[in-house]
Design a protein around this ligand. Sequence first.
Ligand SMILES: *Cc1c(COP(=O)(O)O)cnc(C)c1O
Length: 430
Amino acid sequence: MNMDQSTALFEKAKQVIPGGVNSPVRAFLSVGMTPPFIRSARGARLKDADGNEYIDYVCSWGPLILGHAREEVIDAIREAAADGTSFGAPTEREIELAELICSALPAVEMVRMVNSGTEAVMSAIRLARGFTGRKKILKFEGCYHGHSDALLVEAGSGLLTLSLSSSAGVPEEFVKHTLTVPYNDCEKLETIFEAAGAELAAVIVEPVAGNMGVVKPDSQFLRLMRRLTEKYGSVLIFDEVITGFRVSFHGAQGYYGISPDLTVLGKIIGGGMPVGAYGGRKDIMRLVAPLGPVYQAGTLSGNPVAMAAGIKTLQILKDNPAIYREIDDKAAQLEKALIDFSDKYRIPLCVNRVGSLLSAFFTDETVTDYRTAKTADTSRFATFFSTMFNQGIYIAPSQFEAMFISGAHSDADIKQTIAAIEKSFAGMQP
Ligand SMILES: *Cc1c(COP(=O)(O)O)cnc(C)c1O
């Protein structure tokens, strides 16, 4: 594959942008390759600066559930932009997107728009602390909630011991109120509530983990979390930045039938434009400024162009519920192929899938949490990645990310991908 243009652009980018990228995973470091610079995309396909084409299973890391440059969405963006791109004043479109979100997620009675998932999480945590008057929060190892200081904690720090920050520049004082428990560990969850439940402002969770690769919640795990947060008066926050409008139109909360107190959204609700949102119970949301004492603001929040892209995307999903069945089915075909070929070529593999989200971990173990995810052989993944990439299949350049299927992936795309998987596995040492 000719990558001359991308290689030259990457060198140029590195002179003026740290690592040449505006978000670290894009640099392809964990697979030891040069990232393609994307010039355009349509449907399920990306085209890079050298003219190479790829079937895209990253979908901008989740937002593009309808595929790239969907005509109705682009028209909505054009129409909105033609009337002005930002006013710093309320617009009707903000109501429309808020109403769509509230009607799809009954637990969300009011919602505030922001500009990224990170910002939404940070604001939801502040709100939970304002509501409860408590300081401590609980998260789960391997869950990612954006890069705000309090959430950049090292996984594996012991129960109730001082958490360590996972990033330089985050003083330990900023994470000392953040406790962590392994994902799916009901026993430790109960223990920590017994010890510190009355001090916990919030529990935040990805109801389907998507940022250590896809990890399903145990049937009891989310339910127990709901019960304990209720008992101890802590705010339960579902971070549905990936799962919202992805695992179902009603999110993971609809899929599993559990109502959180607050919900964090992003990705799909922006239809490919930068958006985040947080919402939930009215009695909690009424504490947000200007109604209440919890401050939160944003110059470009509720941006009309972003609202237009989000509204159109959610409307299309709402009017075409069959999309979910189709993308889940396509993901199931990939899952089956991965499992079948891993048997045939004796490649240790654990495939986790929830709806149209899936991950293939190169390990013998069943992946249920961060520890088991980490048993995956990342050098084997790098081999898999490069053989797929060289066959024009673009998956996330890391073992610990999800594959995203969109409504634009055709049966032929899936077939081509399955053939590429077989070729990749056939070339691997068992
Ligand atoms: C992507 C993501 C975020 C952060 O969103 P940004 O828009 O990248 O800031 C937060 N939580 C989860 C679960 C995510 O997947």
